[in-house]
Design a protein around this ligand. Structure first.
Ligand code: ADP
Ligand code: MG
Ligand code: MG
Length: 972
């Protein structure tokens, strides 16, 4: 019955949509789970209210309202404004104050809040509701004229810059002039009279720069503020941020209207930001900062360097005690590390925001593992808490400690983003971009950073700022981007765009500087780096028990291994790579590219001779020279991979890659002919040129390569198989367990597979007979052509395993050349930002007019590609071929082994696809093995384990009831 009723109203909702959610007096209409509707901030305020945590009352206008407003071209949906006004009345009652009431004025903040937090993006307006009359009421109530005037002048400046587009400097200059004329240095030195004068001067400035009077009607102020927040969703900064972090444009932002509390009412008041644990190391202590006698964004903006939070204990003990209680309560409730904003008004603590805190990869792992020990979360949740890519931070190099001691330390700041960065100083984002483009390592040095610096920040390896705390813009961005950051380093004094003083030294842009993000030290010069602790353990130069960091890293991966059903192998061609791969937990080699072995020192010449050979017997002579070398390579690999499978791909690239370039040879010939020197060399060069001409192909990637080479020149295959099996026999003699998988590349037809398999089996049997050994080898193929995928059933009659070579498969399915298509792909991914008329990427986001051609854009283009298919597997197209191949291959051969060895094997979302598609393993580069292990575990947890294939991993599935709870809590 209920279902029916819902259905009936679906087309035409009878009850009007609820757009506004009130919270106050310990009860909220919303709750924490409604993030999509209320935005992160609104959901958090509602949840805290429901937990009886002191939050000033208010209400949230939903993201749906914003989406409607944008859809209706900046008009409210019907009934919205009435509802807002009704909730305003309710807020007045709750507070026993009147909005616009001159004797007892209610003031509010107007705050944006999208589903995902977008730091520093949309600004909050504080003290809204002040005007010439209400300011008098505020003064009377607080008996503090200075406070009232200060609040009003701040409000005029803030509202006018954020909502009315007046430039901030307009007010700053005026303020500065006032201070100069009165001989004051700080804002705080201005008395009430000076502030009153400022208010009048500000109002005149507003009139001049905005072309209208400062709005005196609080209701007007409220409407303008709300509109500004809705509009800011489509502002330049917001759009840039969304592109960078792949946040959909369709979400919209919520608006929070919250009754004001005042942190600027004296020394028993203040405002602050804390993390419940360290966001950079994960250490379990309250971490953050506060500023006494201050309001709002003073902390976040990094304008004054605030005090560490521990100092609040002596400054306002009662509030500090309340804060520690609340922080524990909230951590226990959310079961995660949180980022909290608060204000203290005359000793009374108010919470203004809670959200799951952003953290570095190192902190993410430590917090997850610690919270399991504290029984706050399960191992499964811990595994879901760490972003696979974030594990890379454990592999970042650190400064070589002995070298670090020799360099001069010039300052110390807050270690806001861990790691070691050394590079050239850039003092503006533009310099950073230019230096990066020139191939330099860059450290961006600023007084403070702002959202406009974001491109320069992403071009830098690290940031150093003079101002700001652990929660400043630079710090937050660093942790998100995984960059090194030192914030609040008072020794730094930027002098314009070309020089900076740090401690006792003066640097010009382009000079070298080194910053240690683990302890906050800043050094002159370029300190050499060395391997991270984890890498040192893997390399055997550090004992695991000596490294706490390694222990945390391996703990979370051990847990991951209990959940995943995919095996993880590595792509490795050399024993040292194989050793690293094993150290990171690889369960075999999924791709050994044998041609890499031919490019080695002293081997290219033999290769060239082999290619130059005119007859088979001549070619075999040179191949015989290669045989022992190649065999030695395999022996090395097998020893490192004892007990695990090693997939060896037969020779794949076109031969011309081993010969000099045609143009170079022509130049050499011409030069030798001119000078008449050395006729023997000339003749040889000419012969080589002739062979290059003969091998010349218009499209070598689709030419004589892969199995086609082995079919036309079976002696190459024979030599390689002999090396593979001889090496296996010899390592078996040493007691090793070797499982070679011989992989034939670029198969398109059954016949190709059959032909090569026969060659392989002949040689293998012969070698095994010579050695009196039986090697359990398999013969299979790479699936990298659309035809192979479609004909997988036939091919699987011969092939004992498939490995998806998704680099080539992507090339051939799309018809994109990997080396040439990046320009097209980049274009396809940026259609949304282009003018539909002239294609320029220069659209004024507010007016939607193309700055290049003046075209008024009615509708944006859609992106043709959402991502680069060479980085993230195209699941529909290329993935479709993979699914067909798996289905047909398994139908023909139920025990067919299937894996993937393309670049995608280490990309978390592609790993997830592989899990769902039912592959047996993924193979990726050795350093991405930990990432793939974690991604595979997350895929198994999120999508259920494919139980038929891997009964041993079944414990990963948990009762559905429990799993539901996990999902809401751990999604970030
Ligand atoms: P952001 O999204 O940048 O974090 P917020 O909306 O959280 O912006 O506002 C920034 C700061 O402004 C808050 O941390 C808080 O200090 C202050 N603030 C916001 N609303 C109020 C309020 N109602 N009373 C007092 N301070 C407030
Ligand atoms: Mg802000
Ligand atoms: Mg905030």
């Amino acid at each position: 019955m209920v279902k029916k009723a819902v259905k009936a109203t679906k087309g035409k909702p009878k009850t009007p949509t609820k757009y506004v959610y009130f919270f106050g007096n310990g009860k909220a209409e919303g709750k924490g789970g409604l993030k999509e509707l209320l935005g992160g901030k609104g959901a958090g305020l509602a949840e805290m209210t429901n937990l009886s945590i002191p939050v000033p009352p208010g209400f949230t206008i939903s993201t749906d309202a914003c989406v409607e407003y944008i859809r209706r071209r900046r008009k409210y949906p019907p009934g919205l404004w009435d509802t807002v006004l009704k909730n305003m009345t309710r807020l007045e009652k709750t507070m026993s104050m009147g909005f616009g009431d001159p004797s007892n004025p209610l003031l509010v903040s107007v705050r944006s809040g999208a589903r995902a937090s977008m730091p520093g993006m949309m600004d909050t307006v504080l003290n809204l509701g002040l005007n010439d009359q209400t300011v008098q009421g505020l003064i009377k109530k607080t008996h503090n004229e200075r406070f009232g005037c200060d609040a009003y002048r701040r409000f005029i400046a803030m509202f006018s810059t954020i909502v009315m587009d007046v430039k901030r400097e307009v007010f700053e200059e005026c303020l500065q002039a006032k201070k100069t004329s009165l001989g004051c240095t700080h804002d705080i030195d201005l008395n009430a009279r000076a502030l009153r004068e400022l208010i009048n001067e500000f109002k005149i400035l507003v009139q001049r720069h905005a072309g209208r009077d400062f709005p005196q009607d609080p209701i007007d102020q409220l409407r303008m503020g709300t509109n500004a927040i809705f509009d800011s969703w489509n502002g330049d900064r917001a759009i840039t941020y969304r592109r960078l972090y792949k946040i959909p444009d369709a979400w919209g932002t919520a608006v929070n209207i919250v009754a004001m509390v005042f942190g600027n009412m004296g020394n028993d008041s203040g405002t602050g930001v804390v993390f419940t644990r360290s966001p950079s190391s994960g250490a379990a202590t309250l971490f953050g900062e506060f500023l006494s006698n201050a309001q709002g964004e003073d902390v976040v903006a990094g304008i004054r360097t605030p005090l560490p939070i521990a100092k609040m204990e002596t400054a306002i003990p009662s509030a500090y005690k309340a804060l520690t209680k609340i922080h524990r309560k909230l951590e226990r409730h959310y079961c995660d590390m949180l980022d909290l904003e608060f204000t203290v008004q005359k000793g009374q603590l108010y919470m203004l925001q809670t959200r799951v805190g952003k953290r570095t990869g190192i902190a993410a792992v430590k917090i997850a593992v610690d919270m399991v020990k504290e029984r706050l979360i399960t191992k499964e949740e811990a595994v879901l808490r760490v972003e696979p890519e974030h594990l890379e931070q454990y592999l970042y190099p650190v400064f070589d400690p002995s070298a670090e001691a020799r360099f001069t330390k010039q300052g110390k700041g807050l270690p806001a983003g861990p790691g070691a960065a050394a590079g050239k100083i850039a003092l503006t984002p533009e310099q950073a971009i230019a230096m990066k483009a020139a191939g330099d390592r860059v450290v961006l040095v600023r007084m403070e950073t702002s959202p406009d610096d974001i491109h320069g920040m992403s071009a830098s390896s690290g940031f150093l700022t003079a101002r700001g705390g652990m929660t400043s813009h630079a710090a937050v961005v660093a942790r998100q981007m995984g960059k090194v950051c030192i914030a609040g380093c008072e020794a730094v004094e930027v002098e314009g765009d070309s020089s900076v003083r740090i401690g006792s030294a003066r640097f010009n842009k382009g000079d070298f500087i080194s910053i240690n993000g683990f302890d906050g030290s800043v050094y002159e010069g370029d300190i050499p780096v060395m391997a991270s602790e984890v890498v040192q353990v893997i390399q055997g130069t550090l004992k695991p028990e000596k490294s706490e960091r390694y222990q945390y890293f391996s703990k979370v991966l051990q847990w991951a291994d209990t959940f995943r059903s995919l095996d993880v192998r590595a792509n490795a061609d050399a024993p040292d790579q194989a050793a690293v791969a094993r150290g990171f937990g690889a369960q075999g080699i999924g791709l050994c590219r044998t041609e890499h072995m031919f490019f080695a020192e002293g081997r290219v010449e033999i290769m060239q001779n082999m290619i130059m050979a005119r007859t088979t017997s001549d070619r075999m002579k040179h191949l015989d020279e290669l045989l022992p070398l190649q065999k030695q390579d395999f022996i090395g690999l097998y020893r490192k991979m004892d007990g695990y499978p090693v997939t060896i791909r037969l020779f794949d690239p076109p031969l011309h890659e081993f010969l000099p370039k045609r143009e170079d040879l022509m130049v050499q010939v011409a030069r030798a002919e001119l000078t008449g020197e050395d006729p023997a060399t000339l003749a040889k060069t000419k012969r080589m040129l002739a062979r290059v001409d003969e091998l010349h192909e218009f499209n070598p990637m689709l030419g004589l390569r892969g199995c086609r080479l082995g079919i036309l020149m079976p002696e190459i295959t024979r030599m390689q198989v002999r090396a593979i099996i001889e090496a296996a026999c010899e390592v078996t003699k040493e007691g090793g367990n070797i499982f070679p998988e011989i992989m034939v590349p670029l198969i398109g037809t059954w016949g190709e597979m059959r032909t090569q398999k026969q060659v392989i089996q002949d040689v293998a049997s012969q070698v095994m007979a010579e050695y009196h050994k039986v090697i359990p080898y398999q013969v299979g193929t790479m699936i990298e052509l659309p035809r192979a995928a479609i004909m997988a059933g036939e091919i699987a009659e011969e092939a004992e395993f498939f490995s998806f070579g998704t680099n080539d498969l992507t090339q051939t399915v799309f018809g994109f050349s990997r080396d040439d298509a990046s320009k097209i792909i980049n274009f396809y991914m940026t259609m949304q930002d282009r003018c539909p008329h002239c294609q320029a990427m220069d659209i004024d986001q507010k007016t939607m007019v193309c700055r290049a051609c003046g075209f008024q854009i009615a509708k944006r283009l859609d992106n043709i590609l959402s991502g680069d298919p060479f980085t993230t597997l195209d699941q529909k197209g290329v993935g479709g071929f993979i699914e067909i191949a798996i289905e047909r291959g398994r139908a023909a051969r139920p025990d067919l082994k299937i894996g993937i060895c393309g670049e995608h094997g280490g990309d978390p979302s592609s790993v997830e696809f592989c899990h769902r598609a039912g592959l047996g393993y993924v193979s990726c580069s050795p350093y991405r093995v930990p990432i793939a292990r974690l991604a595979a575990a997350q895929a198994a947890i999120n999508h259920g384990v494919i139980a038929e294939r891997k009964p041993s991993a079944r414990r990963a599935t948990r009762p559905a009831s429990k799993r539901g709870k996990t999902a809401t809590r751990s999604r970030r």
